[in-house]
Ligand binder design. Structure first.
Ligand SMILES: Nc1ncnc2c1ncn2[C@@H]1O[C@H](COP(=O)(O)OP(=O)(O)O)[C@@H](O)[C@H]1O
Ligand SMILES: [Mg+2]
Length: 372
């Protein structure tokens, strides 16, 4: 081979080498680009997965085979009351204060942890056929528990209310008969020393009657049957209904009537409100107390007042006395004023208490006036 031929061959080999290098470089460039794209895609996938994990309200914790925390989401951090850095590497069961995992098919155990109630579910983490840990899902059921308890309580209350209502009805009928016969007996015993005894019976039965009425009113929604009614009649009938208690306690009634005027009320309900106020007044006074009842009619409004010169009410009690079941009396139901408030509210009225401790109390009911 001549020198020139050798040179030509070499040149060709060199050219091929350069071409191969170039195509290799191109392939490498493509590969690099693909790798970069894959990396980016992976990062995006990872971010997306993390977003999902952080967004769910369940706590998700990944554990190694020893039960140590490798990864956990924000919800799990909240439930364990710990930051991610603090929790990682710790044994989950220690943080939860439990022995370990419950039997798989058994009922889910409720765990109390930092004022929360949690339930957990665990599944093995399997990599290439080998168990490499556990993934634990924690669910906060505190609110659900609270709602369940509230519903159960409400149901018990409803049952109690129904029972109380039916018992109250059962008592009311014989009570009516006792009142009727005691009234007849009183007539027969007029002027005799035994008349007092009958008065005691009548006073007790009228007290029971008012307790039962309050209970029935409290247990059921009202359906007021409003009519135009004279204020004077409301007051007089309320005095009549409580006369036994007034007399029994040696209380004098003082009337301060206003001009004739009318209100739009359910008379039975409004009388119940007034008798509750009168009974409270009577109970707050000793022998010789004076109960003052009166009313004032102004333009558009009627103010009915029930005043006593009894014990008065301390500021502390004044704040709470309209709450149902609040009572300072032995055997008091604490329903009286709660019912008064409800009845007055139902008539778009207002109830205003004013009291000086040791001197007495005035309750004023304000009602819209109607033209009669
Ligand atoms: N006229 C009053 N004088 C003094 N205290 C009163 C008067 N009216 C109400 N109270 C106070 O308000 C509380 C609640 O009254 P109420 O709802 O009628 O329930 P109860 O009469 O069963 O105690 C009473 O226990 C009492 O302490
Ligand atoms: Mg009362």
């Amino acid at each position: 081979m001549s020198k020139a031929e050798e040179l030509a061959l070499l040149q060709e080999a060199f050219n091929r080498f350069t071409a191969a290098t170039e195509s290799l470089q191109q392939a490498y460039g493509r590969l690099e680009k693909e790798a970069q794209e894959l990396k980016e895609e992976l990062a995006a996938q990872k971010e997306y997965l993390e977003l999902i994990l952080e967004s769910i309200s369940e706590g998700v914790v990944a554990l190694d085979t020893e039960g140590r925390i490798e990864h956990l989401n924000q919800a799990a951090c909240d439930m364990l009351d710990s930051s991610s850095e603090e929790a990682k590497g710790k044994v989950l069961w220690d943080l939860l204060g439990v022995e370990g995992l419950q039997e798989e098919d058994g009922p889910q155990e409720e765990i109390e942890c930092h004022d929360r109630i949690l339930v957990m579910n665990a599944s093995p983490l399997i990599r290439e056929g080998e168990e490499v840990g556990l993934v634990v899902v924690l669910r906060d059921i505190t609110r659900q528990k609270e709602l369940e308890e509230a519903a159960a309580r409400q149901q018990r209350m409803a049952v109690m209310g129904e029972m109380a209502t039916s018992i109250a009805h059962e008592i009311r009928n014989p009570l009516g008969s006792i009142e009727l016969f005691a009234g007849l007996l009183k007539r027969g015993l007029k002027g005799s020393p035994e008349e007092r005894w009958v008065d005691s019976i009548l006073s007790v039965t009228s007290h029971m009657e008012s307790v039962i009425s309050n209970l029935l009113l409290f247990a059921r929604p009202f359906h007021p049957n409003k009519r135009i009614h004279s204020v004077e009649e409301l007051v007089e009938e309320s005095i009549l209904m409580t006369l036994h208690a007034i007399q029994e306690n040696g209380v004098t009634v003082k009337r301060e009537p206003g001009e004739r005027c009318s209100v739009l009320v359910d008379p039975e309900l409004m009388k119940q409100a007034l008798t509750n106020l009168i009974l409270n007044a009577v109970q707050a006074m000793d022998e010789g107390g004076v109960l003052t009842l009166g009313w004032r009619c102004t333009e558009g409004k009627v103010a009915i007042k029930v005043e006593d010169n009894g014990s008065g009410i301390s500021p502390d009690i004044l704040k709470k006395m309209f709450e149902p079941f609040y009572s300072t009396k032995r055997g008091g139901t604490g329903l009286g004023l709660a019912i008064v408030k409800r009845i007055v509210d139902d008539h778009k009225g207002e109830i205003i208490p004013r009291s000086v401790e040791g001197q007495g109390t005035t309750f004023t009911i304000l009602l819209p006036r109607v033209e009669d």
